[in-house]
Structures are given as structure tokens and as C-alpha cells.
Design a protein around this ligand. Structure first.
Ligand SMILES: *Cc1c(COP(=O)(O)O)cnc(C)c1O
Length: 483
């Protein structure tokens, strides 16, 4: 596709500026005037509309087609939540509006929504309280690690390390390290869970916490989780639950009941906010009773009379973690989503997420090697290792899927699975779509046997064909220059 600059036609216009209604001024200081021509493209309104409409059609999104990108929960987000955040009273609310002063109660509704969302998340997870401030999952992890540090400091000790299994999301060890902890990695056993023997060896009085992604990045739920939380607590360590993909367990079991002390959720994965383009997220962090006093300020509280207010008065708090009250629009969407689905709807979401993943697992396991031959939770992980014998890699299968209109699964992650393909269908997809994807995956497995070149030369139908990945990373050409 040509750039808008290349489509420029001299003298073509799509707008007219009104006559200035103030006298023209002479003599803009020379230092402010442009030294070169602006080189703006010259185009009509039609040129511009066609150009950007066509560009937008090159985007892939879950509104186009199936997006089974493992661990990312790229589910369809119902449009009513978008409508709700555009209600004027929410849209135009300024974060500095006086919450109570001067009789103004303009922020009461917004505060009530933050408050109620926190209460619902407590109910879903079994935690005592949440901070709604963190702006993403990884930000929630960092907040959680800081809360853990505050807890130990308050007890008068400085524990040095956090234990993380090698099947955890990559952000877990990163967050622990940024919070100042050494990270001890535990390997995965033959069942796809943290090796309990190695865990017992590494766990000691210097362990601040164990951070578990649940289910882990293999899509597996650790069946010895209660034993793990018990062991950790027995040496005074805390247990952290990465609940970014809560739609695997929501309404089925609660981290708080299993003994977890800190939990983060990704509202933008489990509770309906489109994401994937680096857009706004929210990673609220829930804690058990002994950590509530360390939560970031401010917190939304309710007076006995029913008035909501922001409480900054907490000396033991870890302080500010984000400006204002978090990403309010994301919180609002999550609230609307939970209310409309209700308890039964949320439980069904988990059931469908897990059912869909297991359906894919069982239909594809004769064609691709399963990383761990067990029932999965919300995602399943295959390896293309059988296909590599024919010179076909996970990357080639991913590129072939693009040709067929599907977003590829996550590939080469988790790192512990060679040639990994991590497929997360989510709960929102109908059977026909999932079947279409499975059929294409089977087709790819057959092509690997009969005509591998069809895969290794894909994509063929896309505006951009197979890239030289080294050049794409090292030799970028990102700026148009006039010739
Ligand atoms: C997505 C994800 C994260 C990180 O969330 P961000 O909002 O991208 O920072 C952490 N853990 C798991 C398991 C995830 O899937």
C-alpha cells in the first residue's frame, strides 16, 4: 500500500479554512518560523477517507475474526460497555472534582462504582480488599511485590527472594526483580506443575513469597496448590496469585479460600476491555486481611451514612502507585460487565473458556504433540516438534493461519516447551469458528507432511509477505523522506 505522501497530488484540497476574524499579525519571530517546506500531503477528503479506511481494514482485531493468542484472553468485548463509558456524566468527570466540598457530590456516582467493583472482586476472589489503582497486570504484580515487602518490613525482617516456577508468566520474575527481590526459578515436573521437591529445597526463611501464575502458562491448574500455600506459610512466606486469566476459574474456586495472600486480576482480560494495542488496562490487586493496611492510597471508603469518600489517611500504606484512582473507564466497564452477566453468567464464562480450550485440545492432539497430556484449563499448549522433522516450525504454521484469516496462537512461549503453540480460544467464540480454526490447523499438519513449502512460504495473501526478521529488527525504515 502506498503512503498518503505518495498519493499526494499538487494543489488538491479537502478543506477550506474560514477567513480569519482577527487582524493578521506581521512579524512572527524568525526563530519560530519553519526553515523547510512542511511537506504535508495534498489530498481530497475522499483520498483521505479511502486511505485510512483501507489502512484500518489491514488491522486484525477480535471484531474481525478469531484471535486465539494464548495468555492474552483476546475475547470479544460486548459493545454495551463502550456505550456505558460514553455516558456524559462519566466521560466528563474530572479527576480533581471536589468529592464532597461545597455541597458538590458530583463524584459520588463514580466513587460508588469503584467501591462496588472492589466489593464484587472481593466476592469473586475471596480476598479482603482490593486496590483499584494499578494500570495493568504487570503493574499489579509490582504493587503486589511492594505490598509483600511492606508486610515483611513491618515484621522487622527483610526477606531476600521470591520463588517463581518456570511456567509462570514472564512478567512475574520481572516484577519481583523490579521490587528488589532475587528471583529463584523452580523447574516444571513431568505433570506440567512446579516441581514440589525442588520447591521444598529452595523454600526457607529468606523466602518473601511464592508467585504462581494460576493456571500456569501451560494452561494447567496445579492440583497441589493447597500444599504449596501451606508450605509457604509454614516458613512465614506469602503466596501470590497471578489471576490475569481469571476466566479459567471464576465462580469455581477462590484464591482467598486456597490460602493466597495477594492476587492481581487483569480487568482487561477477564472483565471486558478491548486490549492488545497497548491500550488502557487495569490490574487491581486484592489482599488478605493482614495486608490491607499496606494498600496504596487513596482508597474509596463508605461512611455509615452512605457517602463515599477517598481515604488518604493511612500511615502504613505503600503510597501512591498510580495517579488518581486507576483507569476509571476500565473499572466501569468491568462493573457493567459483571452486573450484566451476573453470578451465573460469570460462572458460564469460565465453563465455556475451559470447554472451548479442551475441545481444541482433544481435536488437535492426534496432529500435534501436546506439551503435557492432561486436560487443560482456559488454554492448551502444543508443540510443533513433530512438524520440525519436515522442516516446518511453529512460525510457519502461524504464518499459514494468517493467510487463512486467523490470528496465530502465541508461539515460542512458554519457553519451556520447544516449538510451543499456545492456543486460547476464550469463552466468546461459537463452535463454528473454533471448528474452522481446528480444520485449518489440521490442514496445516497435513501440509507439513505433503507440501511443507505451502507453510514455509506463507503468508502469500497478505500485504506484507514473509519478512526477513533480522532486517526487520535491525534495519528499520520508518521515516518517509521527500525525494
Ligand atoms: C497478560 C498477563 C500478565 C501481564 O498483564 P499486562 O496487563 O499485560 O501487564 C501477567 N500474567 C499473566 C498470566 C498474563 O496473562
Amino acid at each position: 500500500m502506498r503512503l498518503i505522501y505518495e498519493k499526494s497530488v499538487k494543489g488538491r484540497r479537502g478543506f477550506k479554512l474560514p477567513q480569519p476574524d482577527v487582524p493578521e499579525q506581521e512579524g512572527i519571530p524568525a526563530k519560530f518560523s519553519r526553515k523547510h517546506k512542511a511537506n504535508l500531503p495534498e489530498a481530497s477528503e475522499l483520498d483521505v477517507i479511502r486511505h485510512f479506511t483501507n489502512l484500518s481494514c489491514m488491522n486484525f482485531s477480535v471484531d474481525n475474526n478469531f484471535y486465539p493468542l494464548g495468555s492474552c484472553t483476546m475475547k470479544y468485548n460486548p459493545k454495551f460497555t463502550e456505550k456505558i463509558v460514553k455516558i456524559e456524566g462519566f466521560l466528563e468527570l474530572h479527576p480533581l472534582i471536589p468529592q464532597l466540598l461545597g455541597g458538590g457530590r458530583l463524584a459520588q456516582g463514580a466513587l460508588e462504582i469503584i467501591y462496588n467493583t472492589e466489593k464484587l472482586l472481593c466476592e469473586i476472589t475471596g480476598m479482603k480488599a482490593f486496590t483499584m489503582q494499578p494500570l495493568a497486570g504487570a503493574h499489579g504484580e509490582l504493587t503486589g511485590a511492594m505490598l509483600i515487602a511492606a508486610y515483611h518490613k513491618n515484621k522487622g525482617c527483610r526477606r531476600r527472594h521470591i520463588i517463581v516456577p518456570d511456567s509462570s508468566h514472564g512478567t512475574n520474575p520481572a516484577s519481583a526483580a523490579i521490587a528488589g527481590y532475587d528471583v529463584i526459578i523452580i523447574k516444571t515436573d513431568k505433570d506440567g506443575c512446579m516441581d514440589i521437591k525442588e520447591f521444598k529445597q529452595k523454600l526457607n526463611k529468606d523466602t518473601a513469597a511464592v508467585m504462581l501464575t494460576c493456571p500456569n502458562t501451560l494452561g494447567l491448574f496445579n492440583t497441589r496448590i493447597k500444599e504449596i500455600t501451606g508450605l509457604a506459610h509454614s516458613v512465614g512466606a506469602l503466596v501470590y496469585y497471578d489471576g490475569a486469566n481469571l476466566n479459567a476459574i471464576m465462580g469455581k474456586c477462590r484464591p482467598g479460600d486456597i490460602g493466597f495472600d495477594v492476587v492481581h486480576l487483569n480487568l482487561h482480560k477477564t472483565f471486558a476491555t478491548p486490549h492488545g494495542g497497548g491500550g488502557p488496562g487495569a490490574g487491581p490487586v486484592g489482599v488478605s486481611g493482614s495486608l490491607v493496611k499496606f494498600l496504596p492510597i487513596s482508597r474509596v471508603m463508605k461512611r455509615p451514612g452512605g457517602v463515599f469518600y477517598l481515604n488518604y489517611n493511612n500511615k502504613e500504606s505503600i503510597g501512591y502507585i498510580a495517579p488518581f484512582y486507576g483507569n476509571f473507564a476500565v473499572i466501569l466497564k468491568a462493573y457493567a460487565y459483571m452486573l450484566i452477566l451476573g453470578k451465573d453468567g460469570l460462572i458460564k464464562a469460565s465453563e465455556y473458556a475451559v470447554l472451548n480450550a479442551n475441545y481444541i485440545l482433544s481435536r488437535l492432539k492426534d496432529y500435534y504433540k501436546l506439551a503435557f497430556n492432561r486436560r487443560c484449563m482456559h488454554e492448551c499448549v502444543f508443540s510443533a516438534s513433530r512438524q520440525t522433522e519436515k522442516g516446518v516450525h511453529a512460525l510457519d504454521i502461524a504464518k499459514y493461519l494468517i493467510d487463512k484469516g486467523f490470528h496465530p496462537p502465541t508461539i515460542y512461549f512458554p519457553l519451556i516447551v520447544k516449538e510451543a503453540m499456545m492456543i486460547e480460544p476464550t469463552e466468546t467464540e461459537p463452535k463454528e469458528t473454533i471448528d474452522g480454526f481446528i480444520d485449518t490447523m489440521i490442514e496445516a499438519a497435513k501440509l507439513a507432511e505433503t507440501d511443507p513449502e505451502k507453510l514455509t512460504t506463507a503468508p502469500r495473501t497478505m500485504p506484507v509477505k514473509r519478512l526477513d526478521e533480522t532486517k526487520a529488527a535491525r534495519d528499520l525504515n520508518l521515516r518517509w523522506k521527500p525525494t
